[in-house]
Design a protein around this ligand. Structure first.
Ligand code: C2E
Ligand code: MG
Ligand code: MG
Length: 294
């Protein structure tokens, strides 16, 4: 087992009991229509002394100690609560059809009972099929692809969407497109940074998009920061993107507003698609998350 900070893990356990973990939500934009079509849930720790901590500061210890399994169950519950709340937002906010994606680590995926837990929770919630998705890093699939594929298939059968995260970071991953029950691939931001600039990166992105489409999968570009990256991805017919160009991770209340109002992305050549902000959407914190019976 990897060495980890025992005190940090004890502090995380206490923080989970104290309700100090929160999920922030980052919009995913349909590059052609400009609409926000999904959100990715990203965990944060609202530390009473140290302020808001990002995953890099605590997830490695959570992973190494195995605490991630307990924390991950909380993430599934919390994300599901938010996805259910979107179903209940007034129609004007148009949130009901949107997808919510959460991240699952290798340890969680391999933990006995994790998939059963997630499937039971999603089924009991009554959330319509195709609204909740799990993102799995391609490196998480490790050596036992058959076992992981089985777990993913069980999740998919329960209507949970599956994305391969950080795609392109593992050279053998192209074969996974055939072997796993995927809906989406998320192109690692390392390649996005070179799109339109670096001949090799640009060619890789173009071929990944073509290949993924040939397999009936959607492609999401991660970490888009500049207009030229967004425009080139549009040209290459990438389906969706997230990144600071559109919006960073948001508090839940703010994310609910952006779901309907959009983030102001206009596909190159389509100025008529400029979304006009609706003043009625300015306040979206009037609904409490639904009570989830576990
Ligand atoms: P990820 O799933 O690949 O998430 C994308 C990361 O890129 C997030 O970092 C996000 O804040 C960041 N990002 C988004 N747009 C941009 C951009 O335009 N530029 C740059 N430079 N970065 C951008 P974050 O929130 O620090 O999360 C890091 C990783 O931690 C995630 O990578 C994911 O693997 C993991 N993670 C986050 N939340 C959870 C969780 O609830 N459970 C588990 N197991 N892992 C999580
Ligand atoms: Mg992710
Ligand atoms: Mg990623």
């Amino acid at each position: 087992m990897t060495a980890y900070d025992v005190d940090l893990v004890a502090a995380m356990r206490a923080a989970l009991d104290a309700g100090e973990f929160v999920l922030h939500y980052q919009p995913e934009v349909d590059l052609a229509s400009g609409e926000v079509v999904a959100m990715e849930a990203l965990i944060r720790w609202q530390h009473p002394d140290r302020g808001l901590l990002w995953p890099a500061e605590f997830l490695p210890a959570a992973e190494a100690s195995g605490f991630i399994v307990e924390l991950g169950r909380w993430v599934v519950q919390e994300a599901l609560r938010e996805a259910l709340l979107w179903q209940r937002l007034p129609a004007a906010r148009a949130a009901a059809g949107k997808q919510l994606w959460l991240n699952i680590s290798a340890t969680e995926l391999a933990a006995p009972g994790f998939a059963d837990y997630a499937v039971a929770l999603v089924r009991a919630s009554g959330l319509p099929v195709g609204r909740l998705g799990f993102e799995v890093r391609e490196t998480a699939l490790g050596s036992d692809l058959a076992a992981m594929g089985g777990v993913l298939a069980a999740l998919k059968q329960a209507g949970i969407l599956i994305a391969l995260d950080d795609f392109g970071t593992w050279y053998s991953a192209l074969s996974h497109l055939d072997e796993l029950p995927l809906d989406t691939v998320k192109l690692d931001q390392r390649f996005v940074r070179g799109v339109g600039l670096d001949v090799e990166d640009d060619a890789i992105v173009a071929s990944v998009i073509r290949l993924a489409h040939a397999h009936g999968l959607q492609v999401v570009a991660e970490g888009v920061e500049s207009w030229s990256e967004g425009a080139r991805l549009c040209e290459l017919e990438c389906d969706r993107a997230h990144g600071y160009l559109f919006a960073g991770p948001q508090l839940p209340e703010r994310a609910r507003v952006l779901l309907a109002r959009g983030v102001g992305w206009i596909a190159p050549g389509h100025p008529e698609r400029l979304a006009v902000p609706d003043a009625r959407l300015a306040v979206a914190d009037d609904l409490e998350p639904p009570h989830l019976v576990l």
